[in-house]
Design a binder for this molecule. Structure first.
Ligand code: CDP
Length: 229
């Protein structure tokens, strides 16, 4: 059976990773969350007190990040490719609001994007890949077989992220999450390098009033049609 490359881009907190993971499991594809890579770099910067350099010495900031290693290891128990920063599983830590508050600034740095895109393109696509992020259909895999763009109203997204974080035992405020989502959307869409855009050949899904199952059904139809052709 034909193995596809599926690019899922979209606004912050639109459920891209939940959808991508489910699709990957259904079709036996690899799932890679590219946002987790930018989040891991940001976590490293926070832990090593490098954030100040973001304002006054970007060159040194980039230099300090040169030797970090980022890779994914598949966890058989939850069926997720978990992210490792310098051989440490940071899957949980990268979800914090602190990381979310700085990640878009870090992700706007061209040198960092260049390295991340290189890692993303290194993935063996022969068994099929679902990758989610902001520039997957536009920059990483411009020839992807299927391009999706997910969006939803910002308040719906903030509510979902709030519930997810509370369920994970994190103490967060709804307003902080909403502000973070709005700020990231603005930064991600307006940066000069690889901004978040809707590709001409992307299928846009506004999931404000859709369940995960409804979205999966729609996406499965697209995939099955593509495989049959
Ligand atoms: O919170 P959400 O799951 O929507 O975001 P994410 O996918 O974890 O991405 C976190 C941040 O990383 C985004 O807000 C972007 O600033 C950046 N990012 C990017 O620039 N390019 C990508 N391909 C993926 C993420």
């Amino acid at each position: 059976m034909k193995k596809l490359t599926i690019a899922i881009d979209g606004h912050a907190s639109t459920g891209k990773s939940s959808i991508a993971k489910e699709i990957a499991i259904k079709y036996g594809y690899i799932y890679i969350n590219s946002g987790s890579m930018y989040r891991a770099v940001t976590l490293f910067a926070i832990e090593n007190k490098l954030l100040e350099l973001l304002n006054d010495n970007i060159d040194l900031f980039i230099e300090k990040l040169k030797d970090i290693s980022i890779n994914f290891r598949f966890n058989q128990n939850n069926l997720i490719s978990e992210i490792f920063l310098n051989n440490r599983n940071v899957e949980k830590e990268i979800g914090s609001l602190e990381v979310s508050n700085y990640v878009s600034k870090v992700a706007a740095i061209p040198e960092i994007r260049k390295e991340m895109v290189k890692l993303q393109r290194n993935i063996d696509r022969r068994i099929g890949v679902v990758m989610d992020g902001r520039d997957i259909g536009s920059v990483v895999f411009p020839n992807a077989d299927i391009k999706l763009f997910l969006t939803a109203s910002d308040t719906v997204r903030a509510n979902r992220r709030f519930e997810e974080m509370i369920n994970n035992g994190l103490s967060v405020s709804y307003d902080d999450i909403l502000n973070n989502i709005r700020k990231r959307d603005k930064l991600d869409s307006s940066r000069s390098n690889s901004p978040l855009i809707i590709e001409k050949d992307a299928v846009v899904i506004d999931n404000s009033n859709m369940s995960i199952d409804e979205q999966i059904k729609q996406i499965k139809q697209l995939i099955d049609r593509k495989i049959a052709n």
